[in-house]
Ligand binder design. Sequence first.
Ligand code: HEC
Length: 188
Amino acid sequence: MKKFVAAATVLTCIGFVSTAEEAMNLPVSFNADGTVNRPLNHRQWVNVGTTLIPKGEINIIDDLPIPTSEYIDTYVEPMAFAIYMATGTWPNGTQIVKEFTATKPADAGEVLTESHYNGLAMLVKDAQRFPAETGHLGYFNFGHHSEPYETASKVLPREQCSACHEALASEQQYIFADHHIGLKRKQK
Ligand code: HEC
């Protein structure tokens, strides 16, 4: 592991960072203990799409069935969004969150209205901090419940998050761009 870190550091210093987008480090707020701080302005990031999860499905954070249907909004930090849309590569420092929103109970045919924000999960791409992790991605969660959310999160175990992204999105840099309408890139 130490060797890995050293190798990655050296590679980073001597030209591993070859393209402009890889050289650009976006600011992510980590603490000395390795936890990441919850971004405070994620609803001002780029909302790249919404998914509806039907009542009773299992939530990925707490592994429990959801008591009401939930919307999931995915937000991408704007600089990472701009670089991805221009180049097709997620830059170092990319931050993406998904926020869950609970809904009011509705009968068939009724509009499904949001009731309250109900949880936040995040991924961060950071080659320096996650040299050995697949895609250099760290996965975090700030709780699956109504606000206030947790203010910081430690990195989650591979089995809980990364394994699924590795299995299902290996051809997309482990980020499910094809699920988000706002991440469709024009073919050049
Ligand atoms: C069973 C598979 C699976 C597991 C486990 C899983 N995810 Fe995902 N994740 C997905 C899928 C599919 C999407 C895209 C659709 C969506 O937004 O739900 C996604 C999307 C995301 C996104 C938005 C960026 C993207 O890749 O589309 C984030 C952030 C995220 N997941 C974080 C997490 C975190 C944190 C965990 C662990 C707590 C986790 N995921 C566990 C399947 C999974």
